[in-house]
Design a protein around this ligand. Structure first.
Ligand SMILES: [Zn+2]
Length: 186
């Protein structure tokens, strides 16, 4: 009985404090949330898919902003539920332009030999990379020139990917387009 009275008293004190200062409770909970965010790895909220076949391509948490000095245009966007993604407009030697993002790791399969000319990143060699499922060319894998002579199965850790934004699809967006037949809802 005594504990119930104490509980009720605490409850009314809490309500009274909220009436006096409505931000007191919300700012307190934000502090906890921030601590949780900084200590616990964010769960995957979205995934990057191949726009043409739906194959998994990359975890959006692997997006990095590794900018090329050759970028024609840079825009800062929120993509795949990640804030602060730098989108670069790059142009290849034959004049074709690509809006692109950079990632530390992807499932885009690097193919062919290392190329050392026409690199958007000075000091880096590159290979094209393709979708493992539908073979669409999605972008390029870069490695420092010194590491590029190594077997590709053992990347240097300084490598990264440039993927063409127009070839990518948000899994969450794709799922939002799927309509469940009413007969399945019963
Ligand atoms: Zn594909």
């Amino acid at each position: 009985m005594a504990s119930k009275v104490l509980f009720d008293l605490n409850y009314f004190i809490a309500i009274f404090l909220v009436i006096l200062n409505p931000t007191a409770v919300s700012s307190g909970s934000n502090k906890v949330k921030n601590n949780v965010d900084s200590n616990v790895k964010d769960p995957i909220k979205d995934y990057i898919l191949c726009r043409f076949c739906g194959a998994d391509l990359a975890d959006p948490r692997k997006i990095i902003n590794h900018l090329s000095p050759a970028a024609i245009v840079l825009t800062n966007q929120t993509l795949f539920e990640q804030k602060g993604v730098e989108v670069q407009l790059l142009k290849n030697p034959v004049g074709i332009q690509f809006y692109s993002i950079t990632l530390l790791n992807t499932k885009c399969a690097a193919v062919n030999n290392w190329q050392y000319d026409f690199s958007w990143y000075p000091g880096f060699a590159w290979k094209p990379c393709i979708c493992e499922q539908c073979r669409t060319h999605h972008g390029w894998y870069f490695e420092p020139k010194d590491a590029a002579s190594l077997n590709f199965n053992f990347p240097s850790g300084q490598g990264f990917y440039v993927l063409k934004l127009n070839n990518l699809q948000s899994e969450n967006f794709a799922n939002s387009l799927i309509v469940t037949p009413k007969s399945y809802l019963n």
